[in-house]
Design a protein. Structure first.
Length: 454
């Protein structure tokens, strides 16, 4: 028996092997028409006349390149193409040749892209933010309830499926998705897009992830609108606290030039020589305008950063600090060692940081102390404007210092706990640094660093 088996050949069983063969076979004309196909190929063919129409999206292009390569190089070549079939993508490994004016293709099943969706779905169910998985037809194949809520007005097909392009026409916040999804399919990598609407105060962030094993795109929506509004309210609250705190300082600071003006007006009336004192009177009115501008800038909703010099910036804040220290009986030392370098800063926000530091220092001074001191030093170091604010108050205990900067942490009876976090946020927005160093019974030092423009 074994001897007889050794004389057998594969060719003796060609018909039997052909019956067992599950390969996908096509005969394709030069212009791409399907000339012939076996029964397995017909399940992927559907009603298409051209072979490239059996594919979606980027696989159409990949198929054309593959056929062109076969015709030009006239050698056997392989390629993996993805057939959409029953809402799945079937990976088929093709071997093809160009022979006698036609393409001969033989393909074998590799895997179905839906085979790993269970793992994907297990991960996606953990997402709280809106998400959706999109195929090449721009159809939503998987999404959670928060995303579905965004698509309430979208037109659905007979099976209730959502088409992103249709949804984008009905919902403003989804209008950018079709372009983002197409770019992600084309580049085959993760992308991110931000959309701001100053009129409606909406702020959306869209993130897309290319799912290579599934040849689909995962879209995630992040709505930061309420967070932005909340941060705006915190900023506005801190600004209003600063303005009310300094209202008495404005009156006190204006009293000096007003006294000068009154005195010279009385003197000019007695001597009947107004022209002699007019320059002094006008210079004092200019000084009053400058003081008012400096104080009002704290209350202005001034978000835009402007280019200025460190010298001008420091001069704009010195008057405010000086008057407040004078009214509180605090000795104020300052040393401005910077000139005409350029920095880009929001002046209102900058003053907000200085005033917040001053306010904290005033509250930290012992009530019966006689030599309370607040100092401000500015200088240029390593291409940065470095501002050092220092007091000789009671200092901050170590356990409190470690918690400073955490939102809503405060040791004050009527404190809000937003001052220090807001100052840090302002410095981050300027690309700078904000640091605090403090020792009990010795005082506190705050250091600000703003980058100098090249």
């Amino acid at each position: 028996m074994y001897e007889s088996l050794r004389t057998l050949k594969i060719s003796d069983f060609e018909s039997e092997f052909d019956a067992l063969n599950e390969d996908i076979k096509w005969v394709i004309s030069r212009d791409g028409r399907i000339l012939a196909s076996n029964s397995i190929a017909k399940t992927l063919m559907e009603d298409h006349v051209f072979f490239v129409d059996c594919f979606d999206g980027q696989d159409k292009t990949k198929c054309l390149f593959y056929l062109n390569g076969l015709e030009k190089q006239r050698i056997k070549q392989n390629a993996v193409l993805y057939h959409p079939h029953n809402d799945k993508f079937i990976a088929v490994r093709y071997s093809g040749i160009w022979s006698d004016g036609v393409f001969l293709l033989s393909g074998t099943y590799q895997y179905e892209l839906e085979s790993n969706t269970t793992v994907l779905n297990d991960i996606l169910t953990q997402f709280e933010q809106p998400y959706a998985v999109i195929n090449h037809r721009m159809e939503v194949t998987e999404c959670n309830k928060p995303f579905r809520n965004y698509c309430d007005n979208a037109v659905k097909d007979a099976e209730g499926s959502i088409n992103i392009e249709h949804a984008a026409e009905k919902t403003v916040c989804l209008s950018v998705l079709p372009r983002l999804i197409k770019d992600t399919f084309f580049k085959k990598r993760s992308l991110q897009l931000e959309m701001k609407n100053d009129h409606s105060k909406e702020y959306m962030v869209y993130k897309s992830v290319y799912l290579k094993p599934h040849d689909r795109v995962l879209i995630m929506l992040y709505d930061y609108s309420y967070e932005k509004k909340y941060n705006h309210l915190l900023t506005f609250q801190d600004q209003m606290e600063s303005v009310s705190y300094l209202a008495a300082g404005v009156a006190h600071e204006l009293r000096n030039p007003l006294s000068v003006i009154k005195g010279f007006l009385q003197l000019s009336s007695l001597t009947d020589s107004f022209e002699k004192y007019s320059d002094t009177i006008l210079s004092e009115t200019d000084r009053m305008n400058e003081i008012i501008d400096n104080f009002l800038s704290v209350a202005r909703k001034k978000i835009k950063k402007e280019i200025t010099t460190p010298k001008r910036l420091m001069e704009s804040v010195i008057d405010i600090v000086k008057s407040e220290c004078l009214m509180q009986g605090i000795h104020f030392d300052y040393n401005v060692q910077c000139g005409y370098e350029k920095i880009k800063v929001n002046e209102s926000s900058f003053k907000q940081i200085i005033l917040n530091a001053l306010r904290n220092s005033i509250e930290a001074f012992p009530k019966d102390a006689q030599k309370n001191t607040f100092s401000l030093i500015s200088e240029i170091q390593d291409n940065h404007l470095v501002i050092t604010l220092k007091d000789n108050g009671l200092g901050i205990p170590e356990d409190v210092l470690s918690n400073l900067g955490k939102p809503f942490f405060t040791t004050k009876e009527k404190g809000t706990g937003v001052g220090i976090p807001l100052c840090r946020k302002i410095m981050e927005d300027h690309g700078g640094l904000f640091s605090i160093h403090s020792l009990e019974d010795e005082g506190t030092t705050i250091t600000l660093q703003f980058p100098i423009l090249n």
